[in-house]
Design a protein around this ligand. Structure first.
Ligand code: DP6
Length: 314
C-alpha cells in the first residue's frame, strides 16, 4: 500500500503570535516572524485506511484539533480516511512547537499523497488552519507570517545568517494550558492586550530589518523584549498563565550573564518552561555549556537553522 512521508521542523518566533482575529481561518491578530530549526523534527507518514487513525510516538491518539482540521479539509478536497503515523524526536506539547512541525509535516504528506498539487504558499495556508505557527514551518530559514494573505513568506534562507539555537529543556511534561486556549484567555482578559496588538507592527519591522542587516544586537533587543511582552500578557490573563518554572528563570539569568561577558546571545520562551537561546556561531559552545550547568536543566539541544517541510523516502 502506498505510503507518503514528510519531515518538518519546529520554529522559534522572534516576534510572537499570541492572539487571533475574530474571523474564520485561524488568522493571527498580529504579524509574526520566526526561524526554523534543524535537529528537532517531526516525521509523518500517511496511507489510506478504513477509518482515520492517528498514531503519535507509537501511541494511538484521539486528537480533536487534527480531527477538526481534517473535517475542514475534506469540505474542499477529496481526502480518503487516513492512517497517520507521526513521530517527534523531542518532547511533545511542552512548548517546543510540536504542533507547528506536526501540521506542517501532515499537510506536506497529504498534499503529495492525495495529489492536491499545492505550492508551499497554499500548503502554508492549510497548515495555518491547524495551527498558525505551523504555517511558518513550511519554509526554512527566516520566515514571516503577515497580512493580508496570512500565508507564510520566506524572508531569507538559512544561509543568509547562520545563527544557532541552543534549547534548554527544563521539563518533558506537556503544558497545562494549550496555546489556543491560552491566547483566547489573554485576548479576553489581559488589560495589556490592546498594547500588545498596537505595538506588534513596530516590533515586526524592527526585527525584519535587523535580520536583513544581520544586526545581532538589534535583533536581540527587539526579540527578547517582544517575548517578555507576550509573557506579560500571559501573566496578566485571568486566571493567570504562568509557563515559567524556577529553571526557566535560572536559564534567563544565565543568558543575561553570558551577554554581560560579551557573548552574542538572547533568549526566547514560548508557551512552556523551555528556554531557547539564540546565538552567534562563535558563542554556541559557551552558551550550551553554561545552560547545561544551570540548575533544573535536564537536556540541552543545539540546533542550526533548518529547512522547510519536505517529502522524504518512506
Ligand atoms: C507561543 O500556533 O500553537 O508558540 O494557532 O492556536 O494552534 P494555534 O496556536 P500555536 O501558537 C503558538 C504560540 C507561540 C508563539 C509563536 O509561535 O508565535
Amino acid at each position: 500500500m502506498a505510503v507518503t512521508t514528510a519531515v518538518a521542523h519546529p520554529n522559534v518566533a522572534l516576534v510572537k503570535y499570541w492572539g487571533k482575529q475574530d474571523k474564520a481561518g485561524n488568522l493571527p491578530a498580529t504579524p509574526n516572524l520566526s526561524i526554523t530549526l534543524s535537529t528537532l523534527s517531526t516525521q509523518t507518514s500517511v496511507r489510506e485506511s478504513a477509518h482515520d487513525q492517528l498514531v503519535l510516538n507509537d501511541h494511538e491518539q484521539q486528537d480533536l484539533k487534527v480531527a477538526a482540521w481534517l473535517r475542514q479539509l475534506r469540505e474542499s478536497y477529496d481526502i480518503p480516511p487516513l492512517h497517520i503515523e507521526t513521530n517527534n524526536n523531542f518532547p511533545t506539547g511542552a512548548g517546543l512547537a510540536s504542533s507547528a512541525s506536526g501540521f506542517a509535516a501532515l499537510i506536506t504528506a497529504i498534499n503529495e499523497h492525495c495529489a492536491l498539487g499545492h505550492n508551499p504558499a497554499l500548503c502554508s495556508d492549510l497548515a495555518r488552519r491547524g495551527s498558525a505557527s505551523a504555517a511558518r514551518s513550511i519554509y526554512g530559514g527566516f520566515v514571516a507570517l503577515v497580512p493580508p494573505q496570512w500565508q507564510a513568506q520566506k524572508l531569507a534562507p538559512a544561509e543568509h545568517w547562520p545563527l544557532r539555537v541552543v534549547v534548554a529543556v527544563t521539563s518533558h511534561l506537556p503544558k497545562a494550558v494549550g496555546s489556543t486556549e491560552g491566547m483566547q484567555r489573554s485576548r479576553d482578559t489581559s488589560a495589556y492586550y490592546p498594547a500588545w496588538v498596537s505595538g506588534s507592527g513596530q516590533d515586526f519591522e524592527a526585527a525584519a530589518s535587523a535580520i536583513e542587516a544581520r544586526n545581532f544586537q538589534r535583533l536581540a533587543e527587539v526579540s527578547e523584549l517582544n517575548c517578555l511582552k507576550m509573557h506579560s500578557l500571559m501573566l496578566t490573563s485571568v486566571p493567570t498563565l504562568s509557563y515559567w518554572t524556577p529553571a526557566t528563570l535560572a536559564c534567563m539569568e544565565t543568558v543575561r550573564e553570558l551577554r554581560r561577558q560579551g557573548e552574542g546571545v538572547f533568549f526566547s520562551i514560548d508557551a512552556g518552561p523551555q528556554v531557547k537561546a539564540i546565538c552567534l556561531p562563535e558563542s554556541q559552545l559557551q552558551v550550551a555549556e553554561q545552560l547545561r550547568e544551570t540548575p533544573g536543566v535536564v537536556e540541552v539541544i543545539s540546533c542550526e537553522l533548518g529547512e522547510g517541510a519536505r517529502i522524504v523516502p518512506s
